[in-house]
Unconditional design. Structure first.
Length: 111
């Protein structure tokens, strides 16, 4: 007999998000980790994703369409909280650049 569930699924572990929605300075971005292509979204869409993730709602049609067009991925039957990491605004007004966006260190560190 072949087992179909991975050990992470059996243990109820959550998988890494497929997309990241993030405020960045005066813009809002939707990115896929490891990919250079991003999607700029208006603040109202960012707020919609924040609320949808907190309330366990399904991926909105506009997000499914954007993901399909930008990255060729299908999200239509997913929950927002399962596929999108919604980053909070910085309380200091900084842009939150990370490896999802720049794929490296901004401080010229020796790693």
């Amino acid at each position: 007999m072949t087992e179909t569930n991975t050990s992470a699924e059996r243990q109820g572990a959550k998988t890494a998000p497929r997309l990241v929605a993030s405020p960045f300075l005066a813009q809002y971005l939707l990115v896929q980790p490891g990919r250079a292509v991003g999607v700029r979204i208006p603040e109202v869409r960012y707020e919609e994703l924040r609320a949808a993730g907190a309330e366990g709602r399904s991926v909105p049609d506009w997000l499914a369409d954007a993901a399909r067009e930008a990255w060729g991925i299908e999200l239509s039957s997913s929950s927002v909280s399962d596929v999108v990491l919604v980053r909070e605004r910085s309380r200091y007004g900084y842009g939150k650049a990370s490896w999802e966006i720049n794929l490296g260190c901004d401080y010229d560190c020796v790693h």
